[in-house]
Design a protein around this ligand. Structure first.
Ligand code: N01
Length: 537
Protein backbone atom coordinates (compact mmCIF):
# COMPACT_ATOMS: atom_id res chain seq x y z
CA UNK A 1 0.00 0.00 0.00
CA UNK A 2 1.31 3.45 -0.88
CA UNK A 3 1.76 5.86 1.98
CA UNK A 4 0.71 9.42 1.37
CA UNK A 5 1.76 12.38 3.43
CA UNK A 6 -1.37 14.39 3.86
CA UNK A 7 -0.19 17.80 2.92
CA UNK A 8 -3.27 19.22 4.58
CA UNK A 9 -3.56 21.49 1.64
CA UNK A 10 -7.03 22.56 0.79
CA UNK A 11 -7.38 25.14 -1.92
CA UNK A 12 -10.10 26.50 -4.14
CA UNK A 13 -8.49 25.81 -7.50
CA UNK A 14 -5.79 23.47 -8.62
CA UNK A 15 -4.49 24.16 -12.12
CA UNK A 16 -2.41 21.54 -13.92
CA UNK A 17 0.31 23.01 -16.12
CA UNK A 18 2.21 26.31 -16.19
CA UNK A 19 2.04 27.06 -19.90
CA UNK A 20 0.17 30.04 -21.28
CA UNK A 21 -3.21 28.52 -20.36
CA UNK A 22 -2.22 27.73 -16.78
CA UNK A 23 -0.57 31.09 -16.17
CA UNK A 24 -3.55 33.14 -17.36
CA UNK A 25 -5.92 30.89 -15.45
CA UNK A 26 -3.92 31.36 -12.27
CA UNK A 27 -3.84 35.12 -12.80
CA UNK A 28 -7.63 35.20 -13.21
CA UNK A 29 -8.31 32.96 -10.25
CA UNK A 30 -6.05 34.95 -7.93
CA UNK A 31 -7.52 38.25 -9.18
CA UNK A 32 -10.98 36.92 -8.35
CA UNK A 33 -9.88 36.01 -4.82
CA UNK A 34 -9.71 32.23 -5.22
CA UNK A 35 -6.97 30.39 -3.36
CA UNK A 36 -5.23 28.80 -6.32
CA UNK A 37 -2.08 26.96 -7.23
CA UNK A 38 -0.50 25.47 -10.32
CA UNK A 39 1.20 22.08 -10.36
CA UNK A 40 3.79 21.80 -13.11
CA UNK A 41 6.06 18.87 -13.94
CA UNK A 42 8.85 21.00 -15.40
CA UNK A 43 11.07 23.32 -13.40
CA UNK A 44 9.86 26.46 -15.15
CA UNK A 45 6.91 28.12 -16.83
CA UNK A 46 6.25 28.16 -20.57
CA UNK A 47 4.64 24.77 -21.37
CA UNK A 48 5.22 24.05 -25.07
CA UNK A 49 8.02 26.61 -25.14
CA UNK A 50 9.64 25.07 -22.09
CA UNK A 51 9.81 21.57 -23.59
CA UNK A 52 10.29 22.19 -27.33
CA UNK A 53 13.83 23.58 -27.28
CA UNK A 54 14.95 21.82 -30.44
CA UNK A 55 17.11 23.72 -32.93
CA UNK A 56 14.96 26.05 -35.04
CA UNK A 57 11.88 25.87 -32.76
CA UNK A 58 9.76 28.89 -33.33
CA UNK A 59 6.09 29.78 -33.46
CA UNK A 60 4.24 29.62 -36.79
CA UNK A 61 2.06 32.60 -35.89
CA UNK A 62 3.52 36.10 -35.81
CA UNK A 63 4.47 37.32 -32.33
CA UNK A 64 2.32 40.45 -32.42
CA UNK A 65 -0.66 38.08 -32.66
CA UNK A 66 0.69 35.18 -30.61
CA UNK A 67 0.74 36.98 -27.27
CA UNK A 68 -1.58 37.77 -24.37
CA UNK A 69 -4.11 40.57 -24.84
CA UNK A 70 -5.60 40.58 -21.34
CA UNK A 71 -3.32 43.29 -19.97
CA UNK A 72 -2.77 46.52 -21.91
CA UNK A 73 0.19 47.27 -19.65
CA UNK A 74 1.78 43.93 -20.53
CA UNK A 75 1.31 44.27 -24.26
CA UNK A 76 2.77 47.78 -24.18
CA UNK A 77 5.72 46.82 -21.97
CA UNK A 78 6.88 43.76 -23.88
CA UNK A 79 8.83 44.30 -27.10
CA UNK A 80 8.92 41.42 -29.58
CA UNK A 81 12.17 41.33 -31.48
CA UNK A 82 11.38 38.59 -33.99
CA UNK A 83 8.55 38.41 -36.52
CA UNK A 84 7.85 34.83 -35.36
CA UNK A 85 8.74 34.27 -31.71
CA UNK A 86 11.67 31.91 -31.39
CA UNK A 87 11.60 29.35 -28.58
CA UNK A 88 14.07 31.33 -26.40
CA UNK A 89 12.14 34.56 -26.95
CA UNK A 90 8.81 32.89 -26.15
CA UNK A 91 10.26 31.33 -23.03
CA UNK A 92 11.60 34.76 -21.96
CA UNK A 93 8.12 36.16 -22.55
CA UNK A 94 6.52 33.44 -20.40
CA UNK A 95 8.98 34.24 -17.60
CA UNK A 96 8.41 37.97 -18.00
CA UNK A 97 4.64 37.43 -17.61
CA UNK A 98 5.00 35.17 -14.58
CA UNK A 99 7.37 37.68 -12.93
CA UNK A 100 5.23 40.69 -13.78
CA UNK A 101 2.15 39.15 -12.19
CA UNK A 102 4.12 37.41 -9.43
CA UNK A 103 2.74 34.01 -10.38
CA UNK A 104 5.65 31.76 -9.41
CA UNK A 105 4.90 31.93 -5.70
CA UNK A 106 1.73 29.99 -6.48
CA UNK A 107 3.37 27.41 -8.74
CA UNK A 108 4.64 24.04 -7.52
CA UNK A 109 7.36 23.04 -9.98
CA UNK A 110 8.81 19.56 -10.57
CA UNK A 111 5.54 18.00 -9.52
CA UNK A 112 3.33 15.84 -11.65
CA UNK A 113 -0.35 15.28 -11.02
CA UNK A 114 -1.03 11.55 -11.17
CA UNK A 115 -4.60 11.06 -9.94
CA UNK A 116 -7.73 13.04 -9.21
CA UNK A 117 -10.94 11.75 -7.68
CA UNK A 118 -14.18 13.61 -7.14
CA UNK A 119 -16.02 13.08 -3.87
CA UNK A 120 -19.75 13.63 -3.83
CA UNK A 121 -19.63 13.88 -0.04
CA UNK A 122 -17.41 16.95 -0.01
CA UNK A 123 -18.06 18.10 -3.59
CA UNK A 124 -14.31 18.42 -3.91
CA UNK A 125 -11.53 16.85 -5.91
CA UNK A 126 -8.82 14.92 -4.10
CA UNK A 127 -5.67 15.19 -6.16
CA UNK A 128 -2.46 13.16 -5.85
CA UNK A 129 1.01 14.09 -7.01
CA UNK A 130 4.12 12.07 -7.81
CA UNK A 131 5.63 13.64 -4.67
CA UNK A 132 3.01 11.76 -2.66
CA UNK A 133 1.10 14.87 -1.74
CA UNK A 134 -2.68 14.99 -1.46
CA UNK A 135 -4.46 18.22 -2.22
CA UNK A 136 -8.14 18.93 -1.86
CA UNK A 137 -9.68 21.47 -4.23
CA UNK A 138 -13.09 22.71 -5.31
CA UNK A 139 -12.11 23.23 -8.93
CA UNK A 140 -9.68 21.30 -11.05
CA UNK A 141 -8.51 23.05 -14.21
CA UNK A 142 -6.55 21.06 -16.78
CA UNK A 143 -4.23 23.44 -18.59
CA UNK A 144 -2.25 20.48 -19.82
CA UNK A 145 -1.78 21.50 -23.45
CA UNK A 146 -2.79 19.76 -26.65
CA UNK A 147 0.67 18.90 -27.91
CA UNK A 148 2.46 18.04 -24.69
CA UNK A 149 2.75 14.25 -24.57
CA UNK A 150 5.63 13.30 -26.89
CA UNK A 151 5.03 10.28 -29.08
CA UNK A 152 8.01 7.98 -29.49
CA UNK A 153 7.00 5.13 -31.78
CA UNK A 154 7.59 1.69 -30.35
CA UNK A 155 10.28 0.44 -32.70
CA UNK A 156 12.07 -2.81 -32.00
CA UNK A 157 15.62 -2.50 -30.67
CA UNK A 158 15.46 1.09 -29.50
CA UNK A 159 17.24 0.19 -26.25
CA UNK A 160 20.20 -1.15 -28.20
CA UNK A 161 21.10 2.18 -29.78
CA UNK A 162 24.50 3.29 -28.51
CA UNK A 163 24.31 6.96 -29.52
CA UNK A 164 22.20 9.79 -28.15
CA UNK A 165 18.45 9.80 -28.60
CA UNK A 166 16.48 13.06 -28.59
CA UNK A 167 12.81 13.92 -29.00
CA UNK A 168 11.97 17.36 -30.35
CA UNK A 169 9.12 17.64 -27.83
CA UNK A 170 11.35 16.98 -24.81
CA UNK A 171 14.62 18.53 -25.89
CA UNK A 172 17.43 18.85 -23.32
CA UNK A 173 18.24 22.27 -21.88
CA UNK A 174 21.86 22.00 -22.97
CA UNK A 175 21.87 22.08 -26.76
CA UNK A 176 23.60 18.96 -28.12
CA UNK A 177 26.56 19.55 -30.36
CA UNK A 178 26.10 17.79 -33.70
CA UNK A 179 29.38 19.09 -35.05
CA UNK A 180 31.12 16.42 -37.09
CA UNK A 181 28.47 13.81 -36.29
CA UNK A 182 26.05 11.82 -38.41
CA UNK A 183 22.48 12.48 -37.32
CA UNK A 184 19.32 10.56 -38.18
CA UNK A 185 15.98 12.41 -37.99
CA UNK A 186 12.69 10.50 -38.06
CA UNK A 187 9.69 12.67 -38.94
CA UNK A 188 8.93 15.49 -41.32
CA UNK A 189 6.08 17.35 -39.57
CA UNK A 190 6.47 20.92 -38.26
CA UNK A 191 9.19 19.92 -35.76
CA UNK A 192 11.22 18.04 -38.38
CA UNK A 193 10.76 20.77 -40.97
CA UNK A 194 12.04 23.39 -38.53
CA UNK A 195 14.94 21.42 -37.06
CA UNK A 196 16.30 19.69 -40.20
CA UNK A 197 17.79 22.84 -41.84
CA UNK A 198 19.49 23.89 -38.59
CA UNK A 199 20.85 20.44 -37.76
CA UNK A 200 22.23 20.23 -41.30
CA UNK A 201 24.35 23.33 -40.63
CA UNK A 202 26.64 21.53 -38.19
CA UNK A 203 26.14 17.80 -38.71
CA UNK A 204 28.72 16.01 -40.82
CA UNK A 205 25.89 14.08 -42.39
CA UNK A 206 22.13 14.20 -41.92
CA UNK A 207 19.79 11.33 -42.82
CA UNK A 208 16.10 12.26 -42.90
CA UNK A 209 13.71 9.32 -42.63
CA UNK A 210 10.49 10.42 -44.28
CA UNK A 211 7.30 8.35 -44.13
CA UNK A 212 5.00 11.01 -45.58
CA UNK A 213 6.01 14.30 -47.19
CA UNK A 214 4.33 17.43 -45.86
CA UNK A 215 3.23 20.72 -47.33
CA UNK A 216 5.39 23.54 -46.08
CA UNK A 217 5.27 27.22 -46.93
CA UNK A 218 8.06 29.74 -46.46
CA UNK A 219 7.72 31.61 -43.15
CA UNK A 220 9.77 34.57 -44.42
CA UNK A 221 11.05 35.01 -40.93
CA UNK A 222 12.92 38.20 -40.05
CA UNK A 223 13.65 40.60 -37.26
CA UNK A 224 10.51 42.56 -36.43
CA UNK A 225 10.95 46.13 -37.70
CA UNK A 226 10.52 48.63 -34.87
CA UNK A 227 8.08 50.70 -36.91
CA UNK A 228 5.82 47.72 -37.48
CA UNK A 229 5.93 46.80 -33.78
CA UNK A 230 5.14 50.34 -32.66
CA UNK A 231 2.30 50.68 -35.15
CA UNK A 232 0.84 47.41 -33.90
CA UNK A 233 1.19 48.50 -30.29
CA UNK A 234 -0.59 51.78 -30.96
CA UNK A 235 -3.47 49.95 -32.63
CA UNK A 236 -3.53 46.80 -30.56
CA UNK A 237 -7.18 47.17 -29.63
CA UNK A 238 -8.23 47.16 -33.26
CA UNK A 239 -5.92 44.28 -34.22
CA UNK A 240 -7.09 42.12 -31.33
CA UNK A 241 -10.70 42.76 -32.30
CA UNK A 242 -9.99 41.79 -35.92
CA UNK A 243 -8.40 38.58 -34.63
CA UNK A 244 -11.44 37.77 -32.48
CA UNK A 245 -13.75 38.27 -35.47
CA UNK A 246 -11.74 35.98 -37.73
CA UNK A 247 -11.87 32.21 -38.18
CA UNK A 248 -8.40 31.37 -36.92
CA UNK A 249 -7.78 34.22 -34.49
CA UNK A 250 -5.22 36.02 -36.61
CA UNK A 251 -5.90 39.68 -37.40
CA UNK A 252 -4.55 39.75 -40.94
CA UNK A 253 -6.30 36.55 -42.07
CA UNK A 254 -9.85 37.75 -42.55
CA UNK A 255 -12.37 35.40 -44.18
CA UNK A 256 -11.85 35.27 -47.96
CA UNK A 257 -14.71 36.34 -50.21
CA UNK A 258 -14.24 34.52 -53.51
CA UNK A 259 -13.99 30.94 -54.71
CA UNK A 260 -10.82 29.65 -56.34
CA UNK A 261 -12.90 29.33 -59.50
CA UNK A 262 -14.19 32.91 -59.48
CA UNK A 263 -10.90 33.92 -61.05
CA UNK A 264 -8.95 32.76 -64.11
CA UNK A 265 -6.04 30.32 -63.77
CA UNK A 266 -3.65 33.18 -64.35
CA UNK A 267 -5.24 35.43 -61.72
CA UNK A 268 -5.30 32.56 -59.25
CA UNK A 269 -1.60 31.92 -59.70
CA UNK A 270 -0.85 35.61 -59.19
CA UNK A 271 -2.79 35.49 -55.91
CA UNK A 272 -0.92 32.34 -54.78
CA UNK A 273 2.42 33.83 -55.82
CA UNK A 274 1.71 36.98 -53.78
CA UNK A 275 0.81 34.85 -50.75
CA UNK A 276 3.92 32.70 -51.28
CA UNK A 277 6.12 35.79 -51.32
CA UNK A 278 4.38 37.26 -48.28
CA UNK A 279 5.10 34.05 -46.38
CA UNK A 280 3.19 32.47 -43.50
CA UNK A 281 -0.18 30.83 -43.93
CA UNK A 282 -1.57 33.54 -46.24
CA UNK A 283 -2.15 31.15 -49.13
CA UNK A 284 -4.76 29.16 -47.22
CA UNK A 285 -6.81 32.32 -46.80
CA UNK A 286 -6.86 33.15 -50.52
CA UNK A 287 -10.21 31.57 -51.37
CA UNK A 288 -13.39 30.47 -49.61
CA UNK A 289 -13.34 26.88 -50.80
CA UNK A 290 -9.76 25.68 -50.33
CA UNK A 291 -10.72 23.53 -47.36
CA UNK A 292 -14.11 22.41 -48.60
CA UNK A 293 -13.68 21.62 -52.29
CA UNK A 294 -11.04 19.13 -53.37
CA UNK A 295 -10.74 20.63 -56.85
CA UNK A 296 -10.18 24.11 -55.42
CA UNK A 297 -7.67 22.65 -52.98
CA UNK A 298 -5.82 20.90 -55.83
CA UNK A 299 -5.01 24.28 -57.38
CA UNK A 300 -3.18 25.41 -54.24
CA UNK A 301 -1.59 22.00 -53.65
CA UNK A 302 -0.20 21.86 -57.17
CA UNK A 303 1.13 25.42 -56.86
CA UNK A 304 3.13 24.37 -53.80
CA UNK A 305 4.30 21.11 -55.37
CA UNK A 306 5.61 23.14 -58.31
CA UNK A 307 7.55 25.33 -55.87
CA UNK A 308 9.13 22.20 -54.41
CA UNK A 309 10.03 21.05 -57.93
CA UNK A 310 11.61 24.43 -58.65
CA UNK A 311 13.59 24.39 -55.42
CA UNK A 312 14.97 20.86 -55.20
CA UNK A 313 17.57 20.32 -57.90
CA UNK A 314 17.37 16.52 -58.06
CA UNK A 315 14.09 15.91 -59.94
CA UNK A 316 13.48 12.45 -58.49
CA UNK A 317 14.14 13.67 -54.96
CA UNK A 318 11.80 16.63 -55.54
CA UNK A 319 8.96 14.22 -56.40
CA UNK A 320 9.60 12.26 -53.22
CA UNK A 321 9.25 15.49 -51.25
CA UNK A 322 5.94 16.40 -52.93
CA UNK A 323 2.91 15.60 -50.76
CA UNK A 324 0.18 13.83 -52.70
CA UNK A 325 -1.66 11.88 -50.01
CA UNK A 326 -3.69 14.72 -48.47
CA UNK A 327 -5.27 18.04 -49.48
CA UNK A 328 -3.10 21.01 -48.56
CA UNK A 329 -3.99 22.48 -45.15
CA UNK A 330 -5.80 19.37 -43.88
CA UNK A 331 -2.72 18.52 -41.85
CA UNK A 332 -1.21 21.40 -39.91
CA UNK A 333 0.59 23.39 -42.55
CA UNK A 334 4.30 23.67 -41.80
CA UNK A 335 6.13 26.98 -42.08
CA UNK A 336 9.80 26.74 -42.85
CA UNK A 337 13.00 28.61 -43.40
CA UNK A 338 14.80 26.98 -46.33
CA UNK A 339 13.53 23.46 -45.66
CA UNK A 340 13.39 22.23 -49.24
CA UNK A 341 16.69 23.99 -50.09
CA UNK A 342 18.30 21.82 -47.40
CA UNK A 343 17.95 18.78 -49.69
CA UNK A 344 20.33 20.41 -52.19
CA UNK A 345 23.13 20.16 -49.62
CA UNK A 346 25.73 17.47 -50.08
CA UNK A 347 25.59 16.35 -46.46
CA UNK A 348 21.80 15.78 -46.44
CA UNK A 349 20.05 12.61 -47.66
CA UNK A 350 16.40 11.74 -47.71
CA UNK A 351 15.54 8.13 -46.94
CA UNK A 352 12.06 7.43 -48.24
CA UNK A 353 10.47 4.94 -45.86
CA UNK A 354 6.93 5.33 -47.17
CA UNK A 355 6.81 1.79 -48.50
CA UNK A 356 9.23 0.21 -46.06
CA UNK A 357 8.72 1.08 -42.41
CA UNK A 358 11.61 1.09 -39.99
CA UNK A 359 12.19 -2.55 -39.06
CA UNK A 360 14.38 -1.95 -36.07
CA UNK A 361 16.78 0.39 -34.37
CA UNK A 362 20.21 -1.17 -34.21
CA UNK A 363 23.17 -0.32 -31.99
CA UNK A 364 24.55 2.07 -34.62
CA UNK A 365 21.55 3.18 -36.63
CA UNK A 366 18.38 1.68 -38.03
CA UNK A 367 17.25 -0.91 -40.54
CA UNK A 368 14.62 -0.47 -43.21
CA UNK A 369 14.04 -2.60 -46.29
CA UNK A 370 17.11 -4.77 -45.55
CA UNK A 371 19.42 -1.75 -45.47
CA UNK A 372 21.15 -0.54 -42.34
CA UNK A 373 21.62 3.22 -42.05
CA UNK A 374 24.34 4.29 -39.65
CA UNK A 375 24.34 7.41 -37.50
CA UNK A 376 25.70 8.72 -34.19
CA UNK A 377 22.62 10.54 -32.91
CA UNK A 378 18.92 9.89 -33.44
CA UNK A 379 16.25 12.59 -33.34
CA UNK A 380 12.61 11.64 -33.04
CA UNK A 381 10.54 14.43 -34.58
CA UNK A 382 7.55 12.12 -34.30
CA UNK A 383 5.01 14.41 -32.69
CA UNK A 384 2.59 13.97 -29.83
CA UNK A 385 -0.34 12.01 -28.50
CA UNK A 386 -2.30 15.12 -29.32
CA UNK A 387 -5.32 16.63 -27.59
CA UNK A 388 -6.14 13.70 -25.29
CA UNK A 389 -2.69 12.36 -24.31
CA UNK A 390 -1.97 14.65 -21.35
CA UNK A 391 -5.50 14.42 -19.90
CA UNK A 392 -5.63 10.65 -20.23
CA UNK A 393 -2.24 10.33 -18.51
CA UNK A 394 -3.87 11.50 -15.26
CA UNK A 395 -6.14 8.95 -13.61
CA UNK A 396 -9.23 11.12 -13.30
CA UNK A 397 -12.31 9.47 -11.79
CA UNK A 398 -15.73 10.65 -10.71
CA UNK A 399 -17.87 9.60 -7.75
CA UNK A 400 -19.13 6.57 -9.72
CA UNK A 401 -15.55 5.39 -10.17
CA UNK A 402 -15.74 6.01 -13.90
CA UNK A 403 -12.46 7.23 -15.35
CA UNK A 404 -12.27 9.99 -17.90
CA UNK A 405 -9.89 7.86 -19.94
CA UNK A 406 -12.41 5.03 -20.23
CA UNK A 407 -15.16 7.51 -21.12
CA UNK A 408 -12.95 8.64 -24.00
CA UNK A 409 -12.11 5.16 -25.29
CA UNK A 410 -14.00 5.77 -28.52
CA UNK A 411 -12.75 9.31 -28.83
CA UNK A 412 -13.14 12.35 -26.60
CA UNK A 413 -16.57 13.74 -25.83
CA UNK A 414 -16.83 17.19 -24.31
CA UNK A 415 -19.22 20.07 -24.03
CA UNK A 416 -17.53 22.95 -25.91
CA UNK A 417 -14.12 21.46 -25.13
CA UNK A 418 -14.53 22.87 -21.62
CA UNK A 419 -16.29 20.22 -19.52
CA UNK A 420 -17.14 16.53 -19.64
CA UNK A 421 -20.55 15.36 -18.42
CA UNK A 422 -20.34 13.30 -15.24
CA UNK A 423 -17.19 15.10 -14.05
CA UNK A 424 -18.31 18.04 -11.90
CA UNK A 425 -16.15 21.12 -11.36
CA UNK A 426 -13.51 19.80 -13.78
CA UNK A 427 -12.52 22.14 -16.59
CA UNK A 428 -10.29 21.92 -19.62
CA UNK A 429 -8.68 24.84 -21.38
CA UNK A 430 -8.87 24.43 -25.18
CA UNK A 431 -9.88 20.78 -24.86
CA UNK A 432 -11.02 18.52 -27.71
CA UNK A 433 -14.00 19.87 -29.68
CA UNK A 434 -12.90 23.45 -29.15
CA UNK A 435 -11.09 25.55 -31.76
CA UNK A 436 -7.84 25.72 -29.74
CA UNK A 437 -5.35 23.98 -32.03
CA UNK A 438 -7.09 25.35 -35.10
CA UNK A 439 -6.58 28.92 -33.97
CA UNK A 440 -4.12 31.39 -32.54
CA UNK A 441 -3.71 29.45 -29.35
CA UNK A 442 -3.32 32.32 -26.89
CA UNK A 443 -6.50 34.00 -28.12
CA UNK A 444 -8.42 30.74 -27.62
CA UNK A 445 -6.81 30.26 -24.22
CA UNK A 446 -7.94 33.69 -23.06
CA UNK A 447 -11.48 33.13 -24.31
CA UNK A 448 -11.68 29.73 -22.59
CA UNK A 449 -10.23 30.94 -19.32
CA UNK A 450 -12.68 33.86 -19.25
CA UNK A 451 -15.57 31.51 -20.02
CA UNK A 452 -14.54 29.04 -17.30
CA UNK A 453 -14.21 31.85 -14.79
CA UNK A 454 -17.67 33.12 -15.60
CA UNK A 455 -18.99 29.59 -14.93
CA UNK A 456 -17.14 29.42 -11.61
CA UNK A 457 -18.26 32.90 -10.57
CA UNK A 458 -21.86 32.09 -11.45
CA UNK A 459 -21.65 29.01 -9.24
CA UNK A 460 -20.10 30.99 -6.41
CA UNK A 461 -22.51 33.94 -6.51
CA UNK A 462 -25.51 31.60 -6.54
CA UNK A 463 -24.00 29.36 -3.85
CA UNK A 464 -24.23 26.23 -5.97
CA UNK A 465 -22.06 23.29 -5.05
CA UNK A 466 -21.33 21.85 -8.48
CA UNK A 467 -21.29 22.62 -12.19
CA UNK A 468 -21.61 19.80 -14.70
CA UNK A 469 -22.14 19.59 -18.42
CA UNK A 470 -25.48 18.03 -19.38
CA UNK A 471 -25.07 14.82 -21.38
CA UNK A 472 -27.73 15.83 -23.93
CA UNK A 473 -25.99 19.12 -24.71
CA UNK A 474 -22.61 17.42 -24.81
CA UNK A 475 -23.91 14.87 -27.34
CA UNK A 476 -25.36 17.66 -29.45
CA UNK A 477 -22.07 19.54 -29.36
CA UNK A 478 -20.06 16.45 -30.34
CA UNK A 479 -22.46 15.85 -33.25
CA UNK A 480 -22.18 19.47 -34.33
CA UNK A 481 -18.39 19.24 -34.15
CA UNK A 482 -18.43 16.16 -36.38
CA UNK A 483 -20.89 17.69 -38.83
CA UNK A 484 -18.73 20.78 -39.24
CA UNK A 485 -15.58 18.68 -39.66
CA UNK A 486 -17.22 16.44 -42.26
CA UNK A 487 -18.36 19.41 -44.30
CA UNK A 488 -14.65 20.10 -44.87
CA UNK A 489 -11.70 18.20 -46.33
CA UNK A 490 -9.96 17.83 -42.93
CA UNK A 491 -11.02 14.22 -42.28
CA UNK A 492 -9.31 13.15 -45.54
CA UNK A 493 -5.86 13.50 -44.03
CA UNK A 494 -4.12 11.02 -41.77
CA UNK A 495 -3.22 13.45 -39.05
CA UNK A 496 -2.99 13.97 -35.35
CA UNK A 497 -6.26 15.96 -35.62
CA UNK A 498 -7.85 12.54 -36.21
CA UNK A 499 -5.65 10.63 -33.78
CA UNK A 500 -4.18 8.71 -36.74
CA UNK A 501 -0.60 9.15 -35.55
CA UNK A 502 -1.04 7.03 -32.43
CA UNK A 503 -1.26 3.27 -32.88
CA UNK A 504 -4.54 2.00 -31.39
CA UNK A 505 -6.15 5.44 -30.94
CA UNK A 506 -9.74 5.60 -32.17
CA UNK A 507 -10.08 7.73 -35.28
CA UNK A 508 -12.08 10.81 -34.42
CA UNK A 509 -11.73 14.34 -35.68
CA UNK A 510 -11.01 16.34 -32.50
CA UNK A 511 -10.71 20.09 -33.09
CA UNK A 512 -13.70 22.35 -33.72
CA UNK A 513 -13.19 23.86 -37.17
CA UNK A 514 -16.19 26.21 -37.19
CA UNK A 515 -13.87 29.14 -36.41
CA UNK A 516 -13.10 31.14 -33.27
CA UNK A 517 -15.59 33.93 -34.01
CA UNK A 518 -18.49 31.47 -34.37
CA UNK A 519 -17.37 29.53 -31.34
CA UNK A 520 -17.19 32.64 -29.15
CA UNK A 521 -20.63 33.70 -30.34
CA UNK A 522 -21.98 30.29 -29.31
CA UNK A 523 -20.33 30.55 -25.86
CA UNK A 524 -21.64 34.10 -25.35
CA UNK A 525 -25.18 33.00 -26.26
CA UNK A 526 -24.92 30.09 -23.83
CA UNK A 527 -24.01 32.51 -21.03
CA UNK A 528 -26.92 34.81 -21.96
CA UNK A 529 -29.22 31.79 -22.05
CA UNK A 530 -28.56 31.18 -18.37
CA UNK A 531 -25.61 28.85 -19.05
CA UNK A 532 -27.58 26.52 -21.31
CA UNK A 533 -26.25 22.96 -21.21
CA UNK A 534 -24.61 23.34 -17.81
CA UNK A 535 -26.22 21.94 -14.70
CA UNK A 536 -25.71 23.94 -11.48
CA UNK A 537 -26.80 22.22 -8.28
O1 N01 B 1 4.59 16.11 -35.22
P1 N01 B 1 3.72 15.57 -36.46
P2 N01 B 1 5.37 17.50 -35.07
N1 N01 B 1 8.01 5.98 -38.48
O2 N01 B 1 2.78 14.58 -35.87
C1 N01 B 1 6.50 10.84 -38.48
C2 N01 B 1 2.79 21.81 -33.60
N2 N01 B 1 4.09 22.37 -33.83
O3 N01 B 1 6.02 17.49 -33.74
O4 N01 B 1 3.11 11.76 -41.42
C3 N01 B 1 8.31 6.98 -39.30
O5 N01 B 1 3.16 16.65 -37.25
C4 N01 B 1 5.21 11.27 -39.13
O6 N01 B 1 5.00 10.57 -40.33
P3 N01 B 1 3.49 10.40 -40.91
C5 N01 B 1 2.01 21.85 -34.90
O7 N01 B 1 0.66 22.03 -34.62
C6 N01 B 1 4.13 23.68 -34.14
O8 N01 B 1 6.20 17.76 -36.23
O9 N01 B 1 2.65 9.98 -39.74
N3 N01 B 1 7.83 8.23 -39.17
C7 N01 B 1 5.47 12.76 -39.30
O10 N01 B 1 6.27 13.02 -40.40
C8 N01 B 1 2.29 20.47 -35.44
O11 N01 B 1 1.36 20.02 -36.37
C9 N01 B 1 5.32 24.24 -34.43
O12 N01 B 1 3.61 9.37 -41.93
C10 N01 B 1 7.01 8.46 -38.16
C11 N01 B 1 6.25 13.10 -38.03
O13 N01 B 1 6.81 11.88 -37.55
C12 N01 B 1 2.30 19.65 -34.18
O14 N01 B 1 2.93 20.46 -33.22
C13 N01 B 1 6.48 23.50 -34.42
C14 N01 B 1 6.65 7.46 -37.25
C15 N01 B 1 5.37 13.66 -36.93
O15 N01 B 1 4.80 14.84 -37.36
C16 N01 B 1 3.05 18.35 -34.30
O16 N01 B 1 4.23 18.56 -35.06
C17 N01 B 1 6.42 22.17 -34.07
C18 N01 B 1 7.18 6.18 -37.45
N4 N01 B 1 6.86 5.15 -36.66
C19 N01 B 1 5.22 21.62 -33.79
N5 N01 B 1 5.81 8.00 -36.33
C20 N01 B 1 5.33 25.65 -34.79
O17 N01 B 1 4.72 26.49 -34.16
C21 N01 B 1 5.67 9.30 -36.67
N6 N01 B 1 6.38 9.58 -37.77
C22 N01 B 1 6.03 26.01 -35.97
Amino acid sequence: MEVFLLNNKSIDTLIVGAGFAGMYSLYKQISDGFKSEIYEQGDGVGGTWYWNRYPGARCDIESMDYSYSFSEELQQEWNWKQKYGTQPELLDYANFVSNKFDLKKNINFNTKITKAKFSKKTNKWLVETNQKELIECKYLILATGNLSTPNTPKIKGIKNFKGNIFHTGAWPKKMPNFNGRTVGVIGTGSSGVQSIPIISETAKKLLVFQRTPNFSLPARHSELPELKRENYKKNYKEYRQLAKNSSFGIAKYQPPTQSAFDVSDEERNIIYQKAWEEGGQAMLFSFTDLLTDKKANDTAAEFVRNKIRETVKDKELAEQLCPIDHPIGTKRLCLDSHYFETYNKENVSLVNISNHPIDEITSNGLKSNDTEYLFDDLVFATGFDAMTGAVSAIEISNDKNETLKSKWNDGPKTYLGVMVSGFPNLFMITGPQSPGVKSQMILSIEQHVDFIHSLINHKKVNKYKTITAKTKNQDEWVNHNNEVAHSTLYPLAHSWYNGDNIVGKTRNFMPYVGGVANYKKICDEIVKDNYKGFDFS
